[in-house]
Design a protein around this ligand. Sequence first.
Ligand SMILES: Nc1ncnc2c1ncn2[C@@H]1O[C@H](COP(=O)(O)OP(=O)(O)OP(=O)(O)O)[C@@H](O)[C@H]1O
Length: 691
Amino acid sequence: MTVQSAYQEEQRRLTESLRDISAQLQAIGPRYKGDDFTEQMLDLQQEERRQRLEISKKEPYFGRIDFQELPAGEPKPLYIGKAGVAKQGSNELLVIDWRAPVASLFYSFTGGDAPAAYESPDGEISGHVHLKRNFMIRQGEIVRLVDSFVRGQEEGSVTDEFLLYRLGENKDNKLRDIVSTIQGEQDRIIRAERGKALFIQGVAGSGKTTVALHRLAYLLYQYADRMRAERMIIFAPNRMFLDYISGVLPELGVGDIQQTTFGDWAFELLEKSVTLQDPSETMAYWFEQHRTAEEIEHSSGRFKGSLAFKAIVDEKLADFEKKIVPVVPFVPVDGLELPPALMREWYDTDYGEETLMNKRDRLVSRIRRWFESELKMRKIADKKIRSKALAKFNAFTKKIPSYSSVELYASLFQGKQASKGIPKAIAERTGERLGKNAAAAEDLAPLAYIQLQLYGLPKQAFDHIVIDEAQDYSPFQLEVLRLCQRTASMTVLGDLQQGIHAYAGIQSWSELTSIFVEEQVGFFELNRSYRSTMEIIEFANKILGEMTGGVKPAVPVFRSGDPVESAESARAGWLADIASTVRLWREQGHYETISVIGRTAQECERIHTHLLDSGFDASLVQSKQPAYGGGLSVVPVYLSKGLEFDAVLIADAGEEAYSGLDAKLLYVGCTRALHKLKLLHIGSLTPLIGK
Ligand SMILES: Nc1ncnc2c1ncn2[C@@H]1O[C@H](COP(=O)(O)OP(=O)(O)OP(=O)(O)O)[C@@H](O)[C@H]1O
C-alpha cells in the first residue's frame, strides 16, 4: 500500500470514528440535579464517560498496531488512544485505552520477526506484529502518519522518527503527556506492579516526572477496584513545579489526585500549630555563597533527616509512653484503690495499635469511669466526698503527661533535658527557633513523625505516593510517608547527579531503600535522556566528569542540534551581552521559552531589571512563586530543577560563579535546555568546563 492510499484509508476511518464519538456525546443527556442518590451515582458515571469522549474527540488515537494472535488468529488492527471507546450501541472497541494490557505491545515492540507477547489477565498472549503506525491528529485531520514497522519490510529495528519529531517541538509553560511515544524502558516502570516502593534513578531529562504521572493514570485504570485518586498523593519540590506539572493528569483524564510539597503537607498535618521559617533563608544560606563539603556533611538538615536522629525521637516517645501508665495507685476515697497493675493491664491489652495520645486519653477516661462506677456501687452519694474524689482524680491524671507535637519535639532540645546525641550547636539553634514557635524545613519530618505517633493520620492512608526529586529527601522524611500507608506502594524518583540540596538529601539510594524490607523494593534506572539534543547532553556529561556517584552518564537519543556555545564577557558589558543574546534568539524566532539562568537570586534580580529596562517582557522566578509563566524568564539555577526551556543562557559560567564543588548545580542548569545552550562567562570559564 502506498503512503498516499494508507493516508486516505486512515483519514476515512478517522472521520467515521469521530462521527461515532460525536453521536455518543450528543446522546448523553443533561446533568442530573436532583436528590436521588442512585441517579446521582449514574450521573457521575455519565459525566466521566462524557469527559473521556471529549478527550477522544480531540485526538481519538495516536497509534495503530496490527496484531495476529498465535496460534490461529487473523491480523487485527488495534487503535490505541488516551481513552478507550466502544462503538455506539456495541461492544466492539473503536479505540483501546493505552493502559489496557494489549496496548503494552505498542510500547514494548521493538521490531523483528520474533513473536511479541503481552501479559493479559488470562496469562501471556503471543503473536506477530504486522504493522506499527503512529499518527498525529489535529482538528479531525491526520497531520502526520509514520509507519515505524511493516512486517516484511523491516530495516533493522523500529525507527524513532516519530519520537524525534515530538522531541524537536518547542515547549510552553507546562509539562505534557507522552502517551504516543512512551519508550519501552519507561513503559516497564509505568506498568510495574503496585505493591512496592519503586525507586527510579533517572538522568536529567529521562522522563522521570512524566513517567511517574503516567504510572498514576495506569494504576487507577488497572486497579480501579482497589485504588482511588483521592487516596493518591504527589510530592514535588515547590509550588511552581506543581503548577508546571499540573496539566499532565487532566490530559490523561485523571483528576482529584492531591499534589503538594512535603512542607505544605506536614504543615497541614500539624494543624498549622507552628509557623514555618521562610525557605528562601535556607536557600540563600546554601546557594548565595560557596559552602564547603564539610559544612554540607555536618549540616543540621543531614543530621535531622537521619535515622540516628529518628532513634533519638523514638527514645523520647518511648519515655513519654513509659510515663503514661501511673506507677502509684489511685485512691479517690479511703479504702478504695486502683492498683497500677490494673491500669497497666488496661493499657497493654485494650488499646491495641492506637496512637499514644489516644491511648493516654482513653486511660484517663477509663480511670474516671472506674471511680464513678465504684462510688455508685458503694452507694457513696455524699456530695462532699464525691467532689473530693473528683479533685483527687484531676490531680492524679494531671500527672499523666500530655504533649502537643511541638512541645514534645521542643523538649528534645531544651536545657538539661536536651538529648545527649544532639550536637550542641544544633540543639541551641533549634531550641531557640522552637521557643518562638517556628520550625525550619528540616524540623518538619520529625514533627510530622511525632504528630503521627501521638495523634495519627487524620485522613485515610494513601493508596499510592509519588515523590519527585527524591534525592533531596532524607530517610526520616521517607519514613514518615511510609507510615501513611498500609502497604508500601510508592514511586520514588530522582537523580543523584542533581542532588544540589546535599545539605538535606541523600548521597546514595541505599539511604532510602534501606527503610523497606528487600522484597518491597523495586529499583529502575533510566539512562536515556529525551529532553536535550546530543550536543547539550554530551556537554553536560563532561561537567560531571569523573564524578559519577555510581550513576551512568546520560545517553542522548539521536537528535542533533546547534553546538553548545560559550563566550567571554567583560564585566562592564555583561548585562548588555545577555540582552543581545536574548534579542538575537527572539529575532530568530525559533524558541518559545527562553531562560537566562543565574547563579544567585541577587544576580537574577540584576539581570531581570536590565532585561525589563531593555524593553523585554521577562519574568523573574523566585522561591515562593506559585507558577511559571513560560516565555522569557530569569531563574536562579537552584530553582530551575525540574523545569525545561527551548533555549538556555547560563548567565555567568565563570570560575568565580561555579567552583569545582558546583558541578551538580551547573549540570542542572545546562540540562534544562532542549534545543539551544549558550554560556557566558566573566573572566575564565569555570574549571568544571575548562578541564
Ligand atoms: N517517551 C517520551 N516521548 C516524548 N517526550 C519525552 C519522552 N520521555 C520524556 N520526554 C520529554 O522529555 C522531557 C523531560 O521529561 P521529564 O521532565 O519528565 O524528565 P525528568 O527525568 O523528570 O527530568 P529532570 O530530572 O531533568 O527534571 C519532557 O519534555 C518530556 O516530555
